[in-house]
Design a protein around this ligand. Sequence first.
Ligand SMILES: Cc1ncc(C[n+]2csc(CCOP(=O)(O)OP(=O)(O)O)c2C)c(N)n1
Ligand code: SF4
Length: 279
Amino acid sequence: MKPAESRTPLTFRDYASALKPVWCPGCGDFSVLSAITKALAELALRPEEIALVSGIGCASRIPAYVNAYGFHGVHGRALPLATGLKVARPELTVLVAGGDGDGFSIGGNHFLHACRRNVDLTYIVMDNQVYGMTKGQASPTTEPDWERGKLTPGGPQINPFQPLAIALASGANFIARASSSDPNGAARLLVEAIRHPGFSFVQVLSPCVTYRPEQREWKKLVRPAPVEATDEPARAARRLMTDDSFNIGVLYRGHRKPYQPAMGSAGDNLTLIEEEFST
Ligand SMILES: Cc1ncc(C[n+]2csc(CCOP(=O)(O)OP(=O)(O)O)c2C)c(N)n1
Ligand code: SF4
């Protein structure tokens, strides 16, 4: 394979698949898709060098819209799948994408352990604080007082999951927040996240205009974080104490060595793999 610099450069359009997204008009996920394709173009990765893995949900449709290897898997199981792929094929750039329900509810346990394991993956969560695909149930990041008729009378009444704090406490090596209202800024953050070794977590505030139309206001609330990123977990934790969830930028860049176990003796030789499993 030619080194990246000697190949014909691709533009972000080359990373869009032939499929037209079926998201609702105005959904934040359109901008996240655009940010991902811009980041891939900036990194000059070939489509065959990239794999995008997801679970189930509106956000999880994203692999279908990107011209790269893609796997649209089972609800909440994108991270273990991507972990296996990266360990077996370390030369691939593996991105994982999905929603807050997929990643923090049914997939919450995998999120903790993916941060802890620190395999070189980039996990992009399009957070709209709701289950969009299944018509608007409260998710782990929904505010306690968000009422929605008979579905959530009185609101969930429980404290929301704090994705950045949990990523930090669990050992993620790069933690950032982006906004779908600024796709170019999100693309820059994604470039950094993908380049950073180990497990990178990027929460993207991405409104669900259908079930949470009030989230259209997010674009007025987001602003660059008032402080630079840190490599000290304690300092990052203190910053999160005063975070109102609208600070955009890199919070934490760690120095943990990525986990990349040696492959089993069988490697990719099918006969040897069969022999290993037959004993
Ligand atoms: C095992 C299983 N449980 C439940 C569902 C139903 N389901 C599909 S998507 C989804 C939630 C999606 O919400 P989120 O991940 O926040 O993504 P969004 O649609 O908001 O982008 C649920 C509960 C499922 N497909 N599989
Ligand atoms: S239901 Fe919400 S999250 Fe799903 S496509 Fe529509 S706006 Fe986007």
